[in-house]
Design a protein around this ligand. Structure first.
Ligand SMILES: O=C(O)CCC(=O)C(=O)O
Ligand SMILES: [Fe+2]
Length: 626
């Protein structure tokens, strides 16, 4: 339509080729025209059949503020009559009974000076642009580019690129239904034209020199940043990007339907041609992390909440100090833990997990292997050489009931998790039971305290989680890791997320806990901190908050030649708690209606999630149908 070489404006009418008539008018008429159509009340409706480069329309004193494109084919099929005025180079019509209804409009474009110039105010599903061919199979480009301004960058890095599905401006809101279809697309370009990318993977840590001119991407000022959309990563992640090739003369334009998730995007600055290398900077996702936050719980509640919010929403991990759990108790517990694992194998084997005590007891090598639990996303982060799978967890553990007072409901699962702990006898290890139960009580208290603050962050009353914690399930696990001999065959704990609400972990000073920053594909050490507890969030709270709270992938790689001891306390709510996807949030950032999010299912109770995890990790091997 805007093709300059074949401007129908300068050609005789019989050579018209644009398929659209264009009517220009004032912006203030837009709303009423969309409601009532273009009216030929006093005079006829004047139109041109192409827009001149200066945006002027003959016969109008001033350049029009909006341009209304009328679908010529549709109009002629309905017997609308158009008359050409050779002297003015314009067309006129009386529409049908004096009106051209909005049904005939292809689109309405904002022509006012300023940032909004060129914006599409209305676009019909029948606009040829939206009718163009879908890109399927091998013709789909590996990378697409989306150019944008700084004001959108941080938002896109967290939310992905969101098409203007629901218009926000007052003027466009009333036409929401008309806009649907056209506006649910994100505008992108093939990367070929812009050089450098088609064959090369964009390294996350490097600044790729993009030089994109505003004309290439149809913006009215120079774009600040270019988002590279990795379509093959999308495919690997099972994200189906529906791409539509532009139907007009700009064949590099590709429209992608729906939200483009942040996971497949990389941001690069758009660099002016003459910018020296020394003045370049990389765009770092403000929602990505390089450290595990440390929170002093003795600070004011306001300060704690601020740090906790960041830790929950960005990292999914934190270390807390100032928690008030007596150091002496921690030391006693650690001492008994070491002495427990030093008992003879025969004595430990007496406490083994078995038919009558499926989840409460001792297990050695092979009792739980987490290396298979997660697949694709971790491979991505590990790099291409990570095809190696199924390392064995190099650990032994004693799983105790962390809330021995609770009577969890939930049938078979409730029954087995509610069973009492198996512990060494008082003669074998004096004080073991007393110290462990005291310790577990402290962990439950600390969990509750943290969940109270999290409830406040989620806009709920402080005691919101209490209702789900009167008959909870908790596993108090003592862990012992042996030094690893062969890193290809063994790992401390394979990559996984925890499944519950939250985990409180005490680790000794040997180190080895690693946390995945999935945004950048980088593993971050969770360095041991004296008298601190590591807190991490599990899948249940992640799912319940529609991932506003992160359940972050982690693993243990023990590189030390010393034995390592740690104590996770895993907390789950009452097993009949329905963990509905997004059930805990109503605020922004949580409302994504994306097709990539899993729907809520009836059976997603805490009990069902717990069972799934235990089966996937090999800890629960019986059918459970008894
Ligand atoms: O021992 C650790 O540091 C972490 C253990 C862990 O992540 C787990 O058991 O779920
Ligand atoms: Fe874990």
């Amino acid at each position: 339509m805007l093709s300059k070489q074949l401007s129908a404006f300068s050609a005789p009418p019989r050579y018209r080729n644009s398929g659209a008539f264009v009517h220009g008018t004032k912006f203030r008429n837009f709303a009423s025209i969309m409601e009532q159509g273009l009216k030929a009340a006093k005079s006829e409706i004047y139109m041109v059949d192409d827009v001149r480069p200066d945006g002027r329309v003959p016969g109008l004193k001033q350049a029009p503020e909006i341009l209304i494109f009328i679908d010529e084919d549709k109009a002629r099929k309905e017997h609308m009559h158009f008359e050409y005025d050779a002297r003015e180079g314009t067309w006129k019509t009386r529409g049908i009974d004096g009106v051209i209804r909005p049904w005939f409009f292809q689109k309405v474009i904002d022509q006012r000076r300023g940032r909004g110039r060129g914006n599409i105010l209305f676009q019909s599903k029948e606009d040829p642009l939206m009718q163009a061919g879908k890109l399927l199979g091998p013709v789909r480009p590996r990378y697409l580019l989306h150019a944008t301004y700084w004001e959108n960058v941080a938002g896109i890095l967290t939310e992905g690129i969101v098409p203007a599905k629901n218009p926000l401006s007052d003027i466009r809101k009333p036409f929401k239904d008309l806009l649907q279809g056209a506006e649910s697309h994100v505008y992108t370009m093939r990367s070929t034209d812009l050089g450098c990318l088609e064959s090369k993977v964009v390294p996350q840590s490097e600044v790729v020199s993009f030089i994109v001119d505003k004309e290439q991407v149809g913006l009215d000022r120079q774009p600040d940043a270019i988002f590279v959309i990795d379509t093959s990563k999308a495919e690997k992640m099972g994200i189906d990007l529906e791409m539509v090739q532009s139907g007009d003369d700009r064949e590099d334009n590709i429209y992608v339907r729906g939200r483009i998730p942040a996971e497949i995007l990389t941001a690069q600055p758009n660099i002016p041609r003459n910018l020296p290398d020394t003045l370049k900077a990389k765009i770092v996702d403000p929602k990505s992390f390089e450290q595990i936050p440390i929170i002093d719980l003795a600070l004011s509640e306001a300060e704690v909440i601020k740090k906790l919010t960041y830790s929950c929403e960005v990292v999914g991990f934190m270390q807390v100090v100032g928690h008030g759990v007596p150091l002496e108790l921690q030391e006693k517990a650690l001492d008994l833990q070491k002495r427990f694992f030093q008992l003879s194998q025969e004595k430990k084997d007496k406490l083994r997990l078995r038919e009558e005590s499926l989840v409460r007891g001792y297990f050695g090598r092979g009792g739980e292997d987490l290396d298979q639990v997660l697949e694709k996303q971790v491979d991505e982060a590990n790099g291409k050489d990570s095809i190696q799978k199924s390392r064995k967890d190099c650990k032994e553990a004693l799983d105790m009931n962390g809330v021995p007072w609770a009577k969890p409901k939930g049938g078979f699962i409730g029954e087995i998790f509610g069973q009492p702990s198996q512990m060494p006898s008082e003669e074998e290890l004096p004080g073991f039971r007393e110290v462990m139960e005291q310790y577990a009580l402290e962990m439950f208290k600390l969990s509750k305290r943290l969940l109270e603050l999290m409830a406040l962050i989620l806009g709920k009353p402080r005691d919101f989680f209490h209702q789900f914690l009167d008959q909870p399930v908790a596993t108090h696990r003592l862990l012992h890791y042996w030094p690893i001999k062969d890193f290809n065959l063994e790992i401390g704990v394979g990559e996984h997320t925890d499944y519950g609400l939250l985990t409180i972990l005490k680790q000794d000073m040997v180190g080895g806990l690693q946390v995945l920053n999935a945004k950048d594909g980088v593993w971050v050490h969770c360095c041991p901190v004296e008298n601190a507890f590591v807190i991490n969030l599990g899948d249940m709270i992640g799912r319940w908050t529609a991932h506003r709270f992160k359940s972050t992938v982690h693993r243990v790689v023990t590189t030390s030649d010393k034995d390592r001891y740690s104590v996770p306390f895993f907390l789950e709510p009452n097993l009949d708690t329905v963990i509905a996807y997004g059930g805990l949030c109503s605020g922004p950032g949580s409302s994504s209606e994306s097709k990539f999010d899993p729907p809520s299912r009836e059976e997603d109770t805490a009990g069902a999630i717990l069972e799934r995890f235990y089966r996937a990790s090999g800890q629960l091997r019986t059918s459970g149908d008894k």
